[in-house]
Design a protein. Sequence first.
Length: 92
Amino acid sequence: MNLHIIHAIRNKQRMQFVYNGKLRHIEPQCYGLGTKNTELLRAYQLSGGTQPEPLFDVSKIEDLKLLNEFFTKPGPNYKKGDSAMKTIFCEL
């Protein structure tokens, strides 16, 4: 379990990291375990990819940084209880 991700969700703090070789700038929405027991992060993506609210495999995240930037509301398609996760550690 990544405590930095939990902290960022609870504080509505933006994050950045490298994923598949691209720098991503995101607002974390939901963090938990998927059906294959992989840690997953649902995020609203501000830059770095084409999907607005992708699901990231946490094991593939590199150079994770919490930014001194904050957000006030979830992404436009956010739903509590993300169906891609069988166990949720933290969510907005």
